[in-house]
Design a protein around this ligand. Structure first.
Ligand code: FNR
Ligand code: 8K6
Length: 346
């Protein structure tokens, strides 16, 4: 039974989704060499416009946020114009699209922009950029207070640029061990100033970004993705629990469009969260929650019926099936995803 996925859902007074199936943000590394979205990207997103909401692949807010080749940006006029083609194509087919705003922090690499990588603390991650073995991760420079303030301003400008580009709103990428998430976990945040050391301090930068964007474009158009469970490029720490208890409580007063879990498989359980990330967030946050992570439409519909979350985001199956929504609605079989499909935009 998947009928409940096809009910409309009001995020707030200004945005109502046609159905409860969201396209999860999916990095594809196929922007041009100036990080401008291409016509092929516009066509790719337009083919998926019957999703209740498309969340764009992560979009870097400024050059030093880049950690992978050819990830699109939203900081030059050409990039804004490129995204205008994408949003117009999606809107022409009746869809809605949010931009996911991204800075990779210590998961960036100087190879892509020719400068210093930055993070809360000078603690590097192990390993190399995926599929680029010659690019070992580097020790980041710990951000100064002035640099943190500049980052908040740069996030806010990127949100304004997203609206100029025709997006219906933004999802702040606060998940998956990238910059904002790096402030929220003890593994990556070793600061002893007002941005580290306590839940209030560790949540200060993430909340400043949220507040600056809400002020700039409105809470109706601002959403956030979070990863309380550390599962990639990050060591979990039992002390992280108190940080997220505090952060989620603070977020409720912001009345965001939605909160989205960042996880690859929602069956994963975390000791320090007493189980699944989605269940933990549901217990600590009373507003619209987007679940994700290796769900079939059937399992997602059941989770929504059981009240575990409100909306379902679908990632890899949307890469394999541009017509995912129609196939589920018409009970047609799905094409199975494989990593080989990442090579081109279908
Ligand atoms: C992702 N994911 C991801 N998440 C995110 O917040 N921003 C991003 O840009 C990306 N990029 C990305 C690329 C690729 C190729 C994959 C497979 C995944 C994670 C994605 O949004 C989602 O959480 C997971 O894929 C789990 O959902 P599915 O795929 O099991 O439905
Ligand atoms: C998360 C954004 C980065 C995008 C780069 C492209 C990537 C590749 C995807 C592979 C997906 C496999 C999932 C493995 C997840 C590991 C978590 C334990």
């Amino acid at each position: 039974m998947t009928a409940n996925l096809f009910e409309p859902y009001a995020l707030n007074a200004s945005i109502t989704l046609n159905n409860k199936i969201l396209m999860a943000p999916l990095t594809r590394c196929l922007a041009d060499d100036d990080l401008v979205p291409t016509q092929a990207m516009a066509d790719y997103y337009a083919r998926r416009a019957d999703a209740g909401l498309i969340i764009s692949e992560a979009v870097i807010i400024r050059p030093d946020g880049q950690g992978y080749p050819n990830t699109p940006g939203l900081f030059t006029p050409e990039q804004i114009q490129g995204w205008q083609k994408v949003t117009a194509a999606v809107h022409a087919k009746g869809g809605k699209i949010f931009a996911q705003l991204w800075h990779t922090g210590r998961v960036a690499h100087s190879h892509f922009f020719g400068g210093q990588i930055v993070a809360p603390s000078a603690v590097k991650i192990e390993g190399t950029v995926p599929r680029q073995r010659e690019l070992a991760y580097e020790v980041p420079k710990a951000l100064t207070t002035a640099e943190i303030e500049q980052l908040v301003a740069d996030y806010s400008q990127a949100a304004a640029n997203a609206i100029d580009a025709g997006f219906d709103g933004v999802e702040i990428h606060g998940a998956n061990a990238y910059l904002i998430d790096q402030f929220l976990h003890h593994d990556s945040n070793r600061r002893d100033d007002e941005f580290g050391g306590s839940p209030e301090n560790m949540a200060r930068f993430p909340l400043a970004v949220v507040d600056a964007i809400v002020k700039r474009i409105g809470n109706d158009r601002t959403a956030l993705r979070v990863s309380p469970g550390a599962y990639v490029n990050m060591q979990g720490d039992s002390r992280d629990r108190a940080v997220f208890d505090y952060f989620l409580k603070q977020l409720e007063s912001r009345q965001l469009a939605y909160l989205h879990v960042g996880i690859f498989d929602d069956a994963m359980e975390f000791d320090y969260l007493d189980g699944r990330v989605s269940d933990y967030v549901r217990a600590h946050y009373g507003q619209t929650l987007v679940g994700v992570g290796s769900y079939t439409a059937e399992a997602g519909a059941r989770a929504i019926a059981d009240g575990r979350f409100d909306l379902l985001a679908i990632g890899r199956p949307f890469i394999a099936n541009p017509d995912y929504v129609a196939r589920v609605r018409d009970k047609q079989p799905l094409v199975e995803y494989s990593d080989a499909m990442l090579a081109e935009l279908v």
